[in-house]
Ligand binder design. Structure first.
Ligand code: LIP
Length: 271
């Protein structure tokens, strides 16, 4: 790898170890269950692999940085205002994983004083590493990458995601898809893994990506990857991205205004 920081080395080691554990579950098949208490929203899934992987990642981080805070999707409440904060999604794309679709990732990011310093997004099913560090660029499997160069929506794919609601958020997303398709984009892609969607903006495979509601562990590493690849990441309202549950809009930069006009235009009321 042509970039390195002490924290990035720990993140890569933790991602590799978690990936080995996750792939054992993936090959053997893994029971899943709904996270939601709401019987109507049974599609927010979790597996034993998520839980064991998050324990393993946190343990590896704490062996090097015992005083640092860890925020993890499944088990670690973490303090978003901690000076040294690790943000972990042990399996981003759990629904894909649970249904034996090999498109999921371990996402680990390190933040210092509220700023992203480094991150790794690792798809163990395909041995794909998306690695970044502040000021050191965005790298895909040892190759430095950059966002798409085009200024025209008619030349790109746009990634997107659906939050777990089946109400206003879903309707807003469907309306935004319709308007983007009417602008003659090459197509939309709902791949089911936000961190990899953001990585695809960084590599130029997507011109843009949006989702009206994500958690910090979904985007903590991917936002830095996009920015280090020369792109732009904001909320779906076009404001600076907070480290909180929020909508996310990422692009190569030149396409941001056009995609923002569509996405912001359909923002659910009150979001
Ligand atoms: C998922 C994201 C996806 C989003 C899902 C879910 P998880 O993360 O990667 O983009 O649409 O609602 O948030 O829950 O699989 O870690």
């Amino acid at each position: 790898m042509s970039i390195s920081t002490p924290e990035l080395a720990v993140a890569i080691n933790a991602a590799r170890s978690a990936g080995e554990l996750i792939m054992r579950f993936f090959r053997d098949g893994c029971d899943f269950r709904s996270k939601n208490d709401d019987p109507q929203a049974t599609f927010n899934l979790v597996t034993d692999a998520d839980l064991k992987a998050e324990y393993l990642i946190a343990d590896i981080i704490r062996r090097s940085y015992p005083a640092h805070a860890v925020l993890g999707e499944e088990l670690h409440p973490g303090n978003l205002r901690a000076d040294h904060l690790w943000i972990v999604d042990p399996i981003d794309g759990t629904n894909n994983f649970a249904h034996q679709i090999a498109h999921f990732a371990v996402s680990i990011a390190y933040y210092r004083a509220g700023k992203a310093e480094c991150g790794v997004i690792y798809n163990p099913a395909r041995e794909e590493w998306y690695v970044t560090a502040r000021g050191q660029g965005a790298w895909f499997n040892e190759c430095r990458v950059q966002v798409a160069k085009t200024t025209r929506l008619e030349e790109v794919l746009v990634g997107l995601g659906f939050y777990y609601d089946r109400g206003a958020m879903m309707e807003a997303t469907l309306a935004a898809i319709r308007d983007l398709l009417r602008r003659n984009i090459h197509g939309t892609r709902r791949m089911g893994t936000a961190s990899l969607d953001l990585a695809y903006v960084g590599t130029g495979q997507f011109g843009a990506y949006f989702e009206y509601e994500l958690s910090p562990w979904d985007f903590a590493a991917g936002r830095l990857f996009v920015e280090e690849a020369g792109g732009l990441v904001t909320t779906c309202a076009g404001t600076p991205l907070p480290l909180a549950k929020t909508g996310v809009l990422a692009s190569n930069g030149p396409l941001h205004p056009a995609v923002l006009e569509v996405v912001r235009g359909h923002l659910p009321a009150g979001w």
